[in-house]
Design a protein around this ligand. Structure first.
Ligand SMILES: [Fe+2]
Length: 420
């Protein structure tokens, strides 16, 4: 096996040797509860001492604070939905016209070019909720139908400039700063884009890259598509109490598909990294968890060039999912809603959906960070964060109005293309 460290600093691994895939655990992108329970029962029968495994050095027995919650606490949506008043919507409308009259481009959206003098204080307090509170909120709701697609993008960027001004590119290969989450099967060259964001299937619990993921709803499906959030800290607490061995597994490196800027390096088909990180200064745990990078997704199965997951790793990622199902909050995103969610302490998921000619699910997505409120970055995440939030030169930034599939997920995978 050849390993190298790219200029990015991420540990990547090549495929110099044949890899034995015969011990690959039976796990796929969509979790199967019966298989998970059977695997758990078998592993515990084989080694009853597993639940007595010590937690990794320095990892807390229990996390505490407002980020630890259960979905049933939020049954009253008035606790986490901020409904914009008529006066606040007028202020946003005024900012749209001020920005356009000033002749700015979308690369120049900030608090000076998109002034919200009254709403700014509220948005600042809501941003604090992401880093020091429950970790999510919803803004309801922008009257999207009275604006052009470009103006809706401007409003989204303008409000987000007060929540978390640093934006990560959605597609570093082409400088796209805003993602479109919608079923693009009909626009893909083989009808099956390689990531669930561009399909209508359900997405199991995971976190996106970076501090905050946000979704702006431009259209709702005919049926389904509900958003689900869970306190990953609540899930951690249950695992730490009942299965500390799985916390240990999650804090150790997994062999994963490469993604984002690293995906360009085709000589390095996998990366090694954990899903759990500990803040160096205190007890906080940061979870950066992608099930898809561990299991592959439908036409993009896990590459045979990546060593198989262990059974312990398979059990651990299923445990994250099914404990998340147990404690989650489910919400309906309505047209005009903007959802902001911490990736540091929450997981998110979504139900599958069905579109109709009249009603098509369509969301804009941003990946964000508020440098003033941000948690200290663990050293093991530093390079990943530097890459993610590296400033994209203004002349490369794109704000596509038409939905597009991220370039790395168009058509069949390179490996499947080679086989065809
Ligand atoms: Fe996501």
């Amino acid at each position: 096996m050849v390993s190298d460290t790219m200029a990015t600093g991420e540990a990547l691994h090549g495929s110099g040797l044949t890899i034995d895939q015969s011990k690959r655990p039976d796990i796929s992108y969509h979790p199967d509860e019966a298989k998970w329970r059977a695997l758990t029962a078998r592993r515990l029968a084989e080694d009853p001492s597993l639940p007595h495994t010590p937690l990794p050095q320095g990892f807390p027995k229990q996390l505490a604070g407002p980020l630890v919650w259960e979905g049933k606490q939020w049954a009253d949506e008035d606790l986490w939905v901020y409904s914009l008043s008529e006066e606040e919507l007028q202020e946003i409308d005024k900012a749209v016209h001020y920005f356009e009259d000033s002749g700015h481009s979308l690369t120049q959206v900030d608090q000076t070019t998109f002034p919200l003098p009254k709403l700014s204080h509220t948005l600042h307090n809501l941003a604090a909720e992401l880093y020091a509170g429950r970790g999510f909120f919803l803004l309801r709701s922008i009257p999207t139908s009275i604006y052009t697609p470009s103006q809706n993008t401007l409003i989204y960027l303008g409000i987000s400039a007060y929540i978390a001004p640093t934006i990560a590119s959605q597609d570093p290969s082409n400088g796209s700063m805003v993602g479109h989450i919608t079923d693009l099967s009909s626009k893909d060259e083989n009808g099956r884009p390689g990531a669930p964001a561009y399909r209508n299937v359900s997405q199991p619990f995971h976190s996106d890259p970076g501090d905050i993921v946000s979704l702006f709803t431009l259209g709702e499906a005919e049926e389904g598509g509900e958003s689900k959030l869970v306190s990953a800290w609540r899930v951690y607490n249950e695992l730490a109490e009942t299965r500390p061995d799985l916390v240990k597994v999650l804090a150790e490196p997994f062999p994963l598909e490469v993604s984002g800027v690293l995906a360009a390096n085709r000589n390095a088909p996998y990366q090694l990294r954990p899903f759990l990180y500990k803040c160096p200064q205190d007890d906080r745990i940061i979870i950066q968890f992608s099930r898809r990078l561990a299991t592959g997704f439908q036409d993009r199965p896990r590459s045979p060039a990546i060593p198989p997951l262990t059974e312990a790793q398979a059990e651990a990622i299923d445990a994250l999912h099914f404990l998340s199902e147990k404690h989650c909050l489910t919400m309906k995103l309505r047209t005009g809603d903007i959802q902001y969610v911490s990736n540091l302490g929450l997981f998110h998921a979504r139900e599958g959906f069905v579109d109709s000619p009249q009603n098509k699910r369509h969301l804009l997505r941003l990946w964000l960070r508020n440098e003033e409120m941000a948690w200290p970055t663990p050293p093991a995440l530093q390079v990943r964060y530097n890459n993610l939030f590296k400033k994209v030169p203004e002349d490369r930034q794109r704000f596509p109005v038409e939905p597009e599939v991220r370039s790395m997920y168009r058509g069949p995978s390179l490996e499947n293309k080679a086989k065809a």
